[in-house]
Ligand binder design. Sequence first.
Ligand code: FMN
Length: 333
Amino acid sequence: MTRKNINIYWGEYKLRNRITELLGVQYPIIQGGLHQLGRSQLVTAVAEAGAFGLITASSYDNKVEMQEDIERVRKKTKKPFGVNMSIGIRNNTEQFVDGIIESGISIVFTSGYSPEKYMKQFRDNNVKVIHVVPSIQYAKKAEELGCSGVVAVGKECGGHPGRNAYSTLHLMPEIVKSVRVPVIAAGGFYDGKGLAIAQILGCEAVQYGTRFVMTQEIPLHQNIKQLFLKASRENTLIIKESIGKPNRVYQSIIAEKVLELEKNNAPIEKLLPYIGGEAYKKMLETGDINHGVISVGECIGFINDIPTVDDLIKRIMHEYRYSIEGLNHLLLI
Ligand SMILES: Cc1cc2nc3c(=O)[nH]c(=O)nc-3n(C[C@H](O)[C@H](O)[C@H](O)COP(=O)(O)O)c2cc1C
């Protein structure tokens, strides 16, 4: 196998495939939607480093706030970025769809419920949609709806694995086999070796979530970052299964309490003071982990530093390059 065959331009570290072409980026690295954290500061750094950042719509109270933050990114970088929009967590989704279109955003990553309702509006305005899916069934449905790609998210992920979720390792090749659109892998990735594995299994990019939580640019309180540095793989748990929205979060006292309430069939009203948006915001402001719950993936146990986004992305691409070269050498012996 020659370097030309796998289309990697080592000198410029540019990697070309359907996802990098679609997103217009140098590297097949995506910063996943990060509720309250995927804002201009992080997205600008990700874009400048050659990867694809997502302004996370759920972080803003209304579309104007989101649009102002989109403009902040545009003032600082000419490089592309997109918007992540979770469907089904709020009742003013239409306003954000309008806001995305008015801002001239051309790539949207949707997650949660089906984007079906908004597909025509996006298509009519030349917005490409990539949908996050936890299973083959949802991947096929997203393709039928006209999505330009899917993110296959496995159960190790921070945030929302699907119900009866698969491990990322098993999910990747299954979804690649079942759709023709490009597949982005997510859930459990924290380095460049993972990116190489995802590509070997047919995926064309990796969406990292927890890894970006541990960067200098992310607007997360230092106390929480320091706490996460000491976390192990066992320090996450899945809550909110009782309300049909499984969510992998950091194992705080509050998360344990929510789980206990769920075991005792507590109604959602009893859970809301702990899992609601206000509690989360207070936690982010104060840096006190015991004010709310925060999504974290199992890979938190393998993350031991808080680099700048630029250093992180360079490191991922170096690790990726050496993994692929290592395999190449194996072949050529
Ligand atoms: C703190 C945090 C917040 C998240 N918020 C969102 C969100 O608002 N929308 C979304 O689609 N995914 C969200 N996710 C999921 C990520 O976009 C990504 O798919 C996931 O973190 C990948 O798994 P990993 O954490 O193992 O990298 C969040 C994840 C974390 C860790």
